[in-house]
Write a protein that binds this ligand. Structure first.
Ligand SMILES: Nc1ncnc2c1ncn2[C@@H]1O[C@H](COP(=O)(O)OP(=O)(O)OP(=O)(O)O)[C@@H](O)[C@H]1O
Ligand SMILES: O=P(O)(O)OC[C@H]1O[C@H](OP(=O)(O)OP(=O)(O)O)[C@H](O)[C@@H]1O
Length: 224
């Protein structure tokens, strides 16, 4: 079987982006089969109505991994995940204008000033973005990698500060933390595998469908 004839695999995250992504996907012509909405189903791969495409539902970070390795040809994921991995084989051509939040540094409201520190210990799910942020300031960051509930780290003495996603700011507030620096603004992106974009016309068509839906002109080149 040639690669062209394989179903196109589209990866989507399981959690909070999904509700906002489904209407956009529908406008771009990607409508999951009804099994996708069956909460009792343990399936991880789903048919798409009127298409040979299949959807896979995975953790947000794994969306990028599947697409970067070409196991899925396209997907939807936050720009936080795209930037954390910085996979050369992953291209993010369409800003979907959903999943808005920011990546920020936070520390306990009563923390002493560390303005002159040359080394900091930070808890984060984003070790690469955290290190880069501190490198830009000439500070060496020791990152303790956590996968969730970062806000617990300072009060339990695991790290002096955290780098995490902030939306309303409520989680920080309720855990005695305050936002000290915004590292980057985040929104969800359509991502594709660069090689698949070059070799499989269906991937380019999908990008154009999402661009048209998002009202974005086709101005970027594949190698950009
Ligand atoms: N307040 C927020 N907190 C966390 N993520 C947010 C928030 N607002 C938007 N996002 C976006 O949602 C993404 C998480 O997506 P989602 O929850 O769908 O994934 P997931 O598969 O459940 O993630 P996880 O691997 O944490 O279980 C983040 O990467 C970010 O881009
Ligand atoms: O500023 P807020 O609106 O309070 O949102 C921020 C919170 O949301 C995210 O956690 P999520 O709910 O995705 O759970 P997680 O800790 O398992 O990642 C993030 O990690 C923060 O904890």
């Amino acid at each position: 079987m040639s690669a062209q004839l394989k179903p196109l695999t589209f990866a989507i995250p399981k959690g909070r982006i999904l509700d906002e992504a489904l209407p956009l996907m529908a406008r771009a012509g990607v409508v999951p089969d009804k099994e996708f909405f069956d909460k009792s189903s343990r399936a991880l791969s789903f048919a798409v109505e009127g298409s040979d495409m299949r959807l896979i539902r995975v953790r947000a970070f794994d969306v990028a991994t599947f697409v970067a390795h070409g196991a899925a040809q396209a997907g939807i994921v936050g720009s936080d995940v795209v930037d954390e991995f910085a996979y050369a084989d992953l291209y993010a051509p369409v800003d979907l204008d959903i999943g808005h939040c920011r990546l920020s540094v936070a520390e306990p409201v009563d923390a002493a000033s560390t303005a002159t520190a040359s080394h900091v210990r930070v808890a984060s799910k984003y070790p690469n973005l955290t290190r880069k942020h501190y490198e830009r300031q000439g500070i060496q960051a020791e990152v303790v990698k956590l996968n969730g509930a970062m806000e617990l780290a300072p009060m339990l003495g695991l790290a002096g500060r955290i780098v995490d996603l902030v939306s309303t700011g409520r989680t920080l507030k309720e855990n005695g933390l305050r936002e000290t620096d915004v590292i980057m603004q985040i929104s969800a992106r359509l991502i594709v595998n660069r090689a698949a974009l070059k070799t499989d016309p269906r991937v380019g068509e999908l990008v154009e469908q999402f661009r048209a839906m998002a009202g974005q002109a086709s101005v970027e080149e594949v190698g950009a």
